[in-house]
Design a protein around this ligand. Structure first.
Ligand SMILES: [Zn+2]
Length: 203
């Protein structure tokens, strides 16, 4: 079981609007199906964001590090075969937020794949998405490929579950961005349990 964690509501950008409303927090905490629903959401400071950007643009490829198991802290892999990998987002804005990527360092989201390879990867995205949506309270599952050729170039798909009762104006991209949503502070044990939950729900 995950330890109960204090829930804090922070004003992410200092404009008086919290990144997560009390109603959202209450809705998450009230969900008795999710042992991992209680958590701390914290503000991402400017220096942390700058450090993240520096790592993304100048550091080693974070996906290759997960694949090669050379991350500082162990990554939480929820799926792996000889072609693709799925793992918990290291900087989750939503509970259960995963990334799916090819093992190879490929960059172009379409052109670096044959049709068969692309569809194979999408089958993994679908499986991980199904598992995530079953493992945590999910009103709508977001799936998208972002990244940049100037940082985080290794192509990857975001598999991000929007929980129920998030106000409309805080959904979609606002729900995915650390600057507007904040980062979930999950302990190693909470991440272990979350990853195990998702793995257990793989179809
Ligand atoms: Zn890579």
């Amino acid at each position: 079981m995950v330890e109960d964690a204090e829930v804090v509501v922070v004003d992410l950008d200092g404009d008086g609007a919290p990144g997560m409303t009390h109603a959202e927090v209450d809705a998450l905490v009230a969900c008795d199906d999710a042992d991992v629903a209680e958590h701390v959401r914290r503000e991402v400071g400017r220096s942390e964001m700058e450090a993240y950007t520096r790592r993304a643009r100048e550091g080693p490829c974070f996906v290759c590090q997960v694949v090669e198991e050379t991350t500082e802290a162990p990554a939480h892999v929820v799926y792996r075969d000889d072609f693709a990998i799925g793992f918990l987002n290291l900087y989750p804005t939503l509970l259960g937020y995963c990334l799916v990527a090819p093992l190879d360092h490929r960059i172009a989201v379409v052109d670096d794949f044959t049709e068969d390879e692309y569809l194979r990867l999408q089958r993994v995205v679908r499986r991980v998405g199904a598992a995530v949506a079953r493992a945590v309270p999910t009103e709508r599952l977001y799936i998208l490929s972002l990244g940049s050729n100037s940082g985080n170039a290794h192509v990857h798909w975001h598999v991000a579950p929007l929980p129920p009762d998030v106000p409309y104006e805080e959904q979609q991209l606002r729900a995915l961005m650390a600057a507007t949503r904040g980062i979930l502070e999950l302990s190693q044990g909470e991440r272990d349990e979350l990853a195990a939950r998702i793995r257990a729900h793989l179809p």
